[in-house]
Design a protein around this ligand. Structure first.
Ligand SMILES: NC(=O)c1ccc[n+]([C@@H]2O[C@H](COP(=O)([O-])OP(=O)(O)OC[C@H]3O[C@@H](n4cnc5c(N)ncnc54)[C@H](OP(=O)(O)O)[C@@H]3O)[C@@H](O)[C@H]2O)c1
Length: 241
């Protein structure tokens, strides 16, 4: 089966943290802007994030108050609300927690476009949540009965939405899921010259109970670019040329 080419695009501190107080330092703003600019530079048709990232940045913790009674059973089959959107944002939300109220994310800076939302769910999601997604025109696909299989997910993204290039944009648990299934072709890393210093914040690749046997993954340097103020943009691939 065919799948998209997959680029993991992230920004980290020198100690590999993807969140933390270092992002509030004055110097960090320039690197965050570079991160967004590089996203645009790749020009991929879709980007994907985990539920925690989506909640923090886009649904802002909004909870839906869905009627659970008298909802007919909805078959667990994929639903394509927009086949020809210019760009897509994919939200990995296994049990349907994200409180979307619209079917797209509006551009929030000059580098982002309006992206049609595609939810990635397991079959455990409620009928009420599926009815809500259909009602507001959000597409959804199933990635497994109880747990997610990302190989199946990316094949569906290619087949149903013609996504040839996908950007994986965090957080650490989502990145770790892709790494674990050997699904990262390229790593685009904006390295911020600040050490966060905290030992309890999320790193570039994390593992959780839903991942089996994490193994080291080799990366090979493809390009390196100096950014202003001592930062670096590193590009690595997982297959040698
Ligand atoms: N520095 C950067 O470039 C960058 C980029 C993006 C995000 N971030 C930051 O990263 C932080 C969040 O990262 P995070 O790692 O905690 O969360 P995350 O990866 O955004 O989301 C994790 C959640 O996604 C779902 N998920 C991911 N992989 C799964 C799998 N294999 N099976 C089932 N469910 C899976 C689960 O949702 P449920 O809990 O609903 O089951 C899981 O709790 C945020 O603070 C955000 O700002 C930084």
């Amino acid at each position: 089966m065919e799948r998209p080419y997959i680029i993991c695009h992230m920004l980290t501190s020198l100690d590999g943290k993807i969140i933390g107080d270092y992002l509030n330092e004055e110097r960090a703003a320039y690197f965050i802007d570079q991160y967004e600019k590089i996203h645009d530079h790749y020009g991929c048709k879709a980007w994907i994030c985990g539920r925690v990232t989506m909640e923090e940045h886009f649904t802002l913790g909004h909870k839906l108050n869905l009627k659970q009674d008298n909802i007919p059973t909805i078959p667990r089959t994929d639903y394509v609300a927009e086949k020809d959107a210019k760009t897509y944002v994919i939200a990995v939300d296994p049990s349907g927690k994200l409180g979307w109220t619209e079917n797209s994310i509006a551009p929030w800076n000059e580098y982002r476009s309006e992206d049609h939302i595609v939810e990635v769910l397991t079959e455990q999601v409620s009928d009420a949540y599926l009815a809500h997604l259909k009602n507001i025109g959000i597409s959804y696909i199933f990635g497994g009965k109880e747990s997610l299989n990302f190989t199946v997910i990316v094949e569906k993204l290619k087949n149903l939405f013609s996504i040839d290039e996908l950007m994986v944009e965090g957080g650490g648990f989502l990145n770790g899921s892709f790494l674990n299934e050997g699904l990262i072709d390229e790593l685009s890393l904006v390295l911020v010259p600040i050490a966060d210093g905290a030992s309890n914040s999320v790193t570039l690749f994390e593992t959780s109970s839903y991942l089996n046997n994490p193994k080291p993954v080799n990366f090979y340097l493809k390009a390196i670019e100096k950014l202003d103020d001592g930062g670096l943009w590193l590009k690595y691939v997982t297959k040698r040329d």
